[in-house]
Design a binder for this molecule. Structure first.
Ligand code: PGA
Length: 262
């Protein structure tokens, strides 16, 4: 796991955007795994800018989103489908047929989830997966005690996540759907490269456990310690509970020239 601590969330997002752009330029038909929430917003803004001002071309890119609330329609403003169209898809040139988001209205959840996994496989697997992290250590919506081998399936949110996400529902916890469809931890671990972003003090404990704690399903993100190519971009606030901060800075400052942009 490469840990890069940046001075703020803007520079972390800029680094992540550069990585995505590089992936898309070197493999125009890249398969991207995408995340929602407050964390990747600046990353999407930067990618939109690169598309508009630098000709970054997404016309052959395929995308798979991590998760969706069960019971919300694509046109519901709180759905992740709506979020993605508002904040990214409607501003870039990814063909509609290349966009995949779990269907929160599906009549048959198990068969939808199986087909989602098959679709990822048929696309050749995810080249680059963007992740945030929940304050309870979740990735996607894989809450604590999720199987570290799990695949796309239904999950029930923890009360902590319901509270964290109530801000997207006008602060009303009772409006947050309790059930979701999420890629599993096994699905996420199959991605060739993972880029995880985390900002703010509210994430500091989860970040420390993910990077320096034991691998345990109680902290789903700790499974990433097994992933051969995970880059973690965090701001100073999110890094404040890490023990080895000065080592991560030391490593970053001394990266060999050839390693600097990979
Ligand atoms: P956030 O959510 O980006 O809104 O903090 C992250 C997550 O739950 O994965």
């Amino acid at each position: 796991m490469e840990v890069v601590i940046t001075k703020d969330s803007l520079s972390a997002s800029a680094k992540a955007a550069d990585l995505v752009a590089k992936a898309v330029r070197s493999k125009p038909d890249s398969v991207l795994g995408l995340a929602t929430g407050g964390t990747p917003l600046e990353l999407y803004k930067r990618l939109i800018n690169m598309h508009k001002n630098e000709g970054l071309d997404f016309s052959k890119v395929k995308t798979f989103n991590l998760d969706e609330y069960i019971g919300l329609k694509p046109e519901d403003r709180q759905s992740y489908n709506y979020f993605m169209r508002e904040n990214f898809f409607s501003h870039v040139n990814i063909p509609d047929e290349n966009i995949n988001i779990p269907d929160g209205m599906t009549a048959n959840i198990p068969s939808f989830c199986k087909e989602y996994e098959e679709k990822i496989k048929r696309a050749g697997g995810i080249d680059l997966q963007i992740l945030g992290i929940g304050s309870d250590g979740h990735i996607g919506f894989n809450e604590p005690t999720s199987s570290l081998a799990s695949r796309t399936r239904i999950k029930t949110l923890t009360q902590k996540t319901v509270c964290d996400n109530a801000r997207f529902f006008g602060g009303d916890k009772s409006l947050v759907p309790l059930h979701v469809i999420t890629m599993g931890i096994g699905t996420i671990m199959d991605a060739k490269t993972i880029v995880l972003l985390a900002f703010g003090k509210n994430k500091a404990e989860a970040v420390a456990k993910m990077i320096e704690g034991p691998i345990t399903s109680m902290v789903p993100a700790s499974a990433l310690q097994f992933h051969p190519r995970t880059k973690v971009f965090i701001d100073r606030d999110a890094s404040e509970k890490l023990v080895n901060t000065s080592y991560y800075d030391w490593v970053f400052e001394r990266k060999p020239e050839w390693q600097k942009d990979i």
